[in-house]
Design a binder for this molecule. Structure first.
Ligand code: NDP
Length: 285
């Protein structure tokens, strides 16, 4: 029997509807409107699209968004000065600097400059440290989206062997920490490009999560029959957007599978809204 699809798009719609009510309630009981400030340096077409989507999402749930555009040739000092201003602003609750930034600007410097209380991407070292100690202020959006997708589809991680392929700071690494924490209680294996005999490892997974950026890399023979497969990858190919998982082959083997597009992506976006509302609550209380 083909895998059941984990529909991130409709789940994100449902969470946005819940958020709309929570935001309305917040606005009724406070003097400010939850506000996200997005900073876009340069004219990278993909970044333009991401920022446009994020602003549209904000609008849909009643969160106010600001867009701060800076020219491609902006210096690191100029960007840091803008972040300092946004950190101080009482009108701004969440700050998001769209990555990547141009080469003359050091990403780590930028992420460190955002106030941890306004760091709705949860990339600041303080927020990463808090996550490791299981007392997070904000959860990083893509890992949080993956966990919510599992939770709201009644797929428990407790006692399960979760294999994650990809160890980036924004997806695989934080996800491995979150899944190993008390509460999630998974047994986690974190794989990367130096992992030996990757298919032998992925075949052990009850839940396989793939975030590597290689189109259709995970094939049916790498998946245990009945496993849950979460495909985080987004790859632009001549045939359109595809994930890191060979969807057509793997759907014949897996028990549950996320589509691309329409799987993890919409949930990543919605988690930014969740964090922005949480930031507004923190800063106003
Ligand atoms: P990075 O490029 O930062 O990291 C890729 C990771 O994959 C690295 O750890 C790398 O290993 C590992 N890797 C690469 N090739 C292989 C291989 N052949 N075998 C095993 N491991 C491999 O990627 P990101 O985490 O930023 O993104 C991964 C994918 O997820 C991309 O397609 C991206 O577009 C997508 N993405 C989707 C999001 C969503 O919301 N759906 C959000 C964020 C990202 P090593 O460390 O050894 O180099």
């Amino acid at each position: 029997m083909p895998a059941l699809l984990l529909d991130g798009k409709s789940l994100a719609r449902q969470i946005r509807a819940e958020l709309r009510e929570e935001v309305a309630d917040f606005i009724e009981n406070n003097v400010t409107i939850p506000t996200l400030a997005a900073v876009l340096v340069g004219n990278d077409p993909a970044s333009e699209v991401y920022v446009r989507f994020k602003r549209r999402d904000c609008e849909e749930v009643g969160i106010r968004s600001q867009l701060h555009r800076m020219p491609e040739e902006s210096t690191q000092e100029e960007l840091l000065a803008l972040i300092a201003k946004l950190n101080k602003s009482d009108e701004v609750h969440g700050i998001l600097v769209q990555l990547p930034v141009p080469d003359q600007i050091r990403t780590e410097r930028v992420l460190e400059a955002i106030s941890p209380l306004k760091d709705v991407d949860a990339f600041h070292p303080e927020n990463v440290g808090r996550l490791v100690q299981n007392r997070p202020v904000y959860l990083p959006c893509t890992p949080h989206g993956c966990l919510e997708l599992l939770k709201r589809n009644d797929i428990s991680t407790v006692g399960k062997h979760v294999v994650i392929v990809g160890r980036s700071d924004i997806v695989g690494k934080p996800l491995s920490i979150m899944l190993a924490q008390r509460g999630a209680d998974a047994t986690v294996t974190l794989c990367h490009s130096r992992t030996q005999d990757l298919p032998a490892v992925t075949r052990l997974a009850d839940i396989l999560i793939v975030a590597i950026g290689r189109p259709k890399f995970v094939t049916a023979d790498m998946v245990k029959p009945g496993a849950t497969v979460i495909d985080v990858g987004i790859n632009r190919t001549d045939g359109g957007l595809v994930g890191d998982v060979d969807f057509d082959g793997v759907k014949e083997v897996a028990g549950h599978l996320t589509p691309v597009p329409g799987g993890v992506g919409p949930l990543t976006r919605v988690m930014l809204l969740v964090n922005t509302l949480a930031a507004a609550r923190r800063l106003e209380n």
